[in-house]
Design a protein around this ligand. Structure first.
Ligand code: NAD
Ligand code: ZN
Length: 366
């Protein structure tokens, strides 16, 4: 059992990492939000079928009035229309201002349910029960919620911290291989941006991690959450430091949007984005080729990535609408060394174009 405190101006709360913790969700909810009378789970059919009963039983045992509402599965449903639909279902099911939202699922459910909670009847509390590796190490912690627009990812949203995050590594046993591997890239990202220890652990224990050995995963989840908690605690609303968490995401988000969210899982797009940023850093003589090689081979060893088949020019165009653009300038997070990055705003256009061209070449070599 590990408890990690996340301390932000908006709220301080705990992430509890413990095998089987979902079976205590009701009791923990009661403890964290004593005023709660009703709880409303938000999930997708598949996760509900696999893990919904454990949560429902724990709510019943804690004498909470519990209902679950479903949304369709997939990034393409991370849209305002889904929020609208879920809110209607909540009203019908009797959710009021004394209700709590329980997000049970991956990053998509977490982002949608967190956003819904932040605006439903002007805001009700939310607890996060992340069920993918990605959601357990990254998206469930830190309070970023939201949905996508056709124009780009996460362009509608709020900063709204949950009241608790319950991380049950046991649920990862049912996760499809591709989703599991894609999530590992967010941990690797945490390593590159600020923890040589996490990066080195992932290098040294790759096989144990890929076999999903419980103690390796428990350590990796806890360290990744600790890193995220630390960064978010210093810069909740991303005015500076928090931007480093976007390493690989600038080009990654553009790849996702350019391929209509169909070709890449989020983590896979981020993996390509991290490779591109690493190559840009070498080109600008900010990282040695030795460091770059270490980062890039660690990325490629974690999963076979879907090929990049996009026009570099189109990626460049998409960067202009990314939230990371400030006053027309795209900010890149570039690795300097393993565990150290810099925020750079003057990456030349041709370096960006060239890096995407290199991703295309690498995809066709592999
Ligand atoms: N808010 C943040 O700070 C933040 C950070 C990183 C990523 N994100 C967002 O997270 C999203 C990606 O999340 P994701 O990778 O979890 O994808 P996801 O939520 O789409 O889940 C992936 C798939 O796994 C299934 N699934 C979930 N848990 C399962 C389980 N235990 N067993 C079997 N199947 C299971 C889901 O039904 C889905 O089909 C993106 O939208 C991304 O933008 C947000
Ligand atoms: Zn991400």
């Amino acid at each position: 059992l590990q408890r990690i405190d996340i301390k932000t101006e908006q709220r301080s709360y705990e992430a509890i990492i413990e095998p089987g913790v979902l079976r205590s969700a009701g009791a923990i909810l009661r403890d964290k939000i004593p005023s709660a009378k009703k709880a409303f789970g938000v999930s997708v059919a598949k996760v509900r079928r696999l893990h919904g009963a454990a949560v429902a039983e724990s709510m019943k045992a804690a004498e909470l009035d519990y209902h679950i509402v479903e949304m369709p599965d997939g990034e393409r449903y991370k849209r305002l229309a889904t929020v609208d639909d879920l809110a209607e279902k909540l009203v019908k099911a009797g959710a009021d201002r004394s209700s709590v939202i329980v997000a049970l699922g991956g990053g998509v459910v977490g982002d949608v349910a967190g956003f819904l909670a932040s605006v439903y009847m002007r805001g009700v509390p939310c607890i996060q029960l992340p069920t993918t590796f990605l959601a357990q190490v990254d998206s469930s912690v830190g309070g970023k919620t939201g949905v996508d627009l056709r124009a780009g990812k996460n362009l509608i949203g709020t900063f709204s911290q949950p009241h608790a995050v319950l991380i049950d590594p046991e649920v990862l046993t049912t996760l499809p291989e591709r989703d599991f591997r894609a999530g590992l890239f967010e941990s690797l990202k945490a390593g590159v941006i600020c923890s040589n220890e996490v990066f080195t652990f992932m290098e040294a224990n790759r096989d144990r991690i890929l076999r999903r050995e419980a103690d390796a995963l428990q350590w990796l989840i806890a360290e990744s959450v600790r890193i995220k908690a630390d960064v978010v605690g210093k810069d909740e609303r991303e005015s500076g430091l928090r931007r480093i968490l976007n390493f690989g995401h600038t080009i990654g988000h553009a790849l996702e949007a350019e391929t209509d969210y169909k070709q890449f899982l989020h983590g896979e797009a981020v993996a390509w984005g991290m490779i591109a940023s690493t190559m840009i850093a070498v080109g600008m003589q900010m990282a040695s080729s030795l460091v770059a090689q270490r980062i890039i081979s660690s990325i490629l060893a974690l999963a076979a990535l879907p090929a990049v088949d996009v026009k570099p020019r189109n990626i460049l165009k998409r960067l202009a609408t990314d939230k990371k653009t400030i006053d027309g300038k795209v900010h890149f997070i570039l690795p300097i060394d393993v565990g150290r990055v810099e925020i750079v705003s003057d990456v030349p256009e041709r370096a960006i174009l060239q890096s995407v061209e290199e991703l295309r070449m690498m995809s066709h070599l592999a």
